[in-house]
Design a protein around this ligand. Structure first.
Ligand SMILES: [Zn+2]
Length: 181
């Protein structure tokens, strides 16, 4: 099935009637939405099936993204993967850190794995309430060096700086994903 855009011609009004998500311009039936053509041949109706918005995660989806901003009670993440699939839609979600008693959960540019909890007032809310959720990749804030987990903190292998993060149980094992810088 080929994709149609708003305004695209679907069929002639001599052959079909305008169905869902279409209009008739007096000559041709055209789409009003982005979607795919669905011709109901027995009733001679041309419909457009609206394309599901891609890249917008739904509650329960696991997302991976880059921390874009850190605020006092939450951080914002620019989502790059939804359930393991790359998305280029630049969707952001926020993760509340109110209930986590740590100084640093995640810092800007960390790669984190989160679970989408809800959509509320146009904002996508995510949580990290499982062991697999949390920081996947991070660097030393002092020197940019690599860090290793040491008990419940992380330690820089270059300058020995010790810092806090909420680490995913998959920390450091995310080689299966490639991130574009
Ligand atoms: Zn360092």
């Amino acid at each position: 099935m080929s994709q149609v855009m708003p305004g695209d011609t679907i069929a002639s009004i001599e052959e079909y009637e305008a169905g869902s998500n279409t209009f008739d311009d007096g000559d041709m039936i055209r789409s009003t939405v982005v979607g795919h053509t669905s011709i109901d041949a027995s009733n001679h109706v041309a419909n457009i099936l609206r394309q599901k918005k891609t890249g917008v995660p739904e509650p329960g989806d696991i997302v991976i993204g880059t921390v874009a901003a850190v605020m006092s009670m939450m951080f914002a993440v620019s989502i790059q993967y939804v359930n393991g699939k790359r998305t280029l839609s630049n969707v952001e979600c926020i993760c509340s850190t109110r209930h986590i008693r740590r100084k640093n959960m995640a810092l800007v540019n960390d790669i984190v794995m989160l679970r989408i909890e809800s959509h509320l007032n146009g904002t996508i809310h995510a949580v990290m309430d499982e062991h697999s959720l949390g920081v996947l990749q991070t660097k030393c804030v002092k020197c940019g060096g690599s860090v290793v987990p040491v008990r419940d903190v992380i330690k820089c292998v270059e300058c020995s700086w010790i810092d806090e993060r909420v680490l995913s149980s998959k920390f450091g094992t995310s080689d299966f994903l490639t991130f574009d810088n």
